[in-house]
Write a protein that binds this ligand. Structure first.
Ligand code: SF4
Ligand code: SF4
Length: 406
């Protein structure tokens, strides 16, 4: 995350709001300023959304990069269907993107519809409970907290990565130029996809060249415009949580959204307490991608708009089929292993870890255990851990200090 997300120290007032909403205890307050422990971050974006001082800064790419390419294509996130109720409104979105300087707009709904068909086939091959791999925060949470569930994670790459490969091939034929002369941009609906592209999650390097933020490009009111394109009727349903549930065998799909609820479901799978579920359709944002932290429409209105749009369009088999054989099946999968991470390990040495664990428990007995956060750690347990790791001292606890003074 280095150089991707920063905290403006001049704006931060150390109020602890971001630290309190971080689900993985990845934030501390030191010298009245927020500090990120990047190894623990799952990119959920809660901190950015909850900072009332706009102290978090996400560094998207510069439009000047588009000058490096003969043709620029922008991949439209599925979350866009949370802003449009019909083709005319979608036309307005395309026009905005042409005005920004993109030569082509690549709609992802066809790729997503095909991907859902491939997933439906894939999960038949075993009795295990599979976990959808489309949300990078879900993957990151599994890497950090439930590494044994990595074998349950579907091996399919993110739709924009597959879309980028298809767009590069198709447009190099259309314009008769080399694939490397095409610049591929993505408009990210959330922090999670932004970081996954920048860090190449599941691969050595992303197929997307540049990432822009949804809320930097669009505002709430969009003019309608005529457009000569198609969208995949079923594909647009996957922009919201429950898309799989809506279109497939409801009995076999469990849809979950929101980090806390997701964590509970992952724990159940880990404990083998989730029977007869073939696929967990998991998203960290409430509502799925239409509720991404950089989107601008109310999540529930966005879900309603997706359903409205769905009703206005016909089945689009021909449109979807044009993407079916562009890539070989390997190109739809992650190309690097998604590995376990262990940012909470107290030490590389097991004996040292046990010693530290005992020290933490001893310190905890002295602390008030009210998780007031005034010390700048997210809980009394986290403060005890920070003390053992020499990041803080017991003097940071205001309650203890006050007791000593009286
Ligand atoms: S929410 Fe976090 S980053 Fe924002 S002002 Fe408060 S402590 Fe600083
Ligand atoms: S993005 Fe989420 S996990 Fe990362 S620091 Fe912010 S709140 Fe914590």
């Amino acid at each position: 995350m280095k150089h991707l997300v920063d905290i403006h120290v001049d704006r931060c007032i150390g109020c602890t709001r971001c630290m309190r909403v971080c689900p993985t205890e990845a934030i501390r307050i030191k010298n009245e300023k927020a500090l990120l422990i990047k190894e623990r971050c799952i990119f959920c974006g809660n901190c950015i959304l909850n900072c009332h001082k706009s102290a978090y800064k996400v560094y998207s790419d510069s439009f000047a990069n588009l000058n490096k390419h003969k043709v620029n294509v922008v991949i439209l996130p599925s979350a866009i269907y949370g802003m449009t109720k019909n083709m005319k409104e979608l036309g307005g979105i395309y026009q905005i993107l042409y005005d920004y300087g993109f030569d082509e707009v690549f709609d992802l709904s066809g790729v997503v519809e095909l991907l859902s068909q491939k997933i439906t086939e894939y999960i038949k091959q075993s009795d295990k409970t599979y976990i959808l791999s489309q949300c990078p925060t879900v993957i990151r949470l599994i890497q950090l907290k439930y590494p044994s569930l990595l074998s349950n994670l579907l091996p399919f790459d993110f739709p924009y990565e597959i879309g980028a490969k298809i767009a590069r091939k198709k447009l190099s034929q259309k314009y008769q130029i080399k694939e490397e002369d095409i610049g591929i941009s993505y408009i990210s609906e959330c922090l999670s996809n932004f970081i996954a592209i920048k860090e190449g999650l599941g691969k050595k390097k992303s197929n997307v060249d540049y990432v822009f933020l949804f809320n930097d490009l669009f505002r709430n009111s969009i003019d309608s415009d005529q457009i000569n394109t198609s969208v995949a009727k079923n594909g647009i349903q996957f922009s919201k949580a429950g898309g799989f549930e809506y279109l497939s065998n409801k009995n076999e799909v469990l849809s979950v959204d929101g980090v806390k609820e997701l964590d509970e479901i992952l724990e159940r799978i880990y404990l083998n307490r989730l029977d007869n579920v073939k696929l967990v359709e998991a998203y960290s944002c409430i509502g799925g991608c239409v509720g991404g932290n950089f989107t601008i429409e109310n999540t529930f209105v966005a879900k309603w708009k997706v359903n409205q749009f769905h009703q206005t369009i016909d089945e689009s088999i021909e449109y979807v089929n044009q993407f079916r054989h562009v890539l070989n099946s390997r190109d739809w999968m992650f190309t690097s292993e998604v590995e376990a991470l262990s940012p909470y390990k107290l030490s590389e040495n097991i004996n040292q870890s046990i010693v530290k664990m005992n020290q933490i428990n001893q310190i905890l007995k002295q602390l008030p255990n009210i998780d007031c956060c005034a010390c700048g750690s997210p809980s009394c347990r986290a403060l005890a851990e920070d003390v053992v790791n020499h990041e803080k001292t017991l003097d940071d606890c205001y309650i203890l200090k006050r007791g000593d003074e009286t």
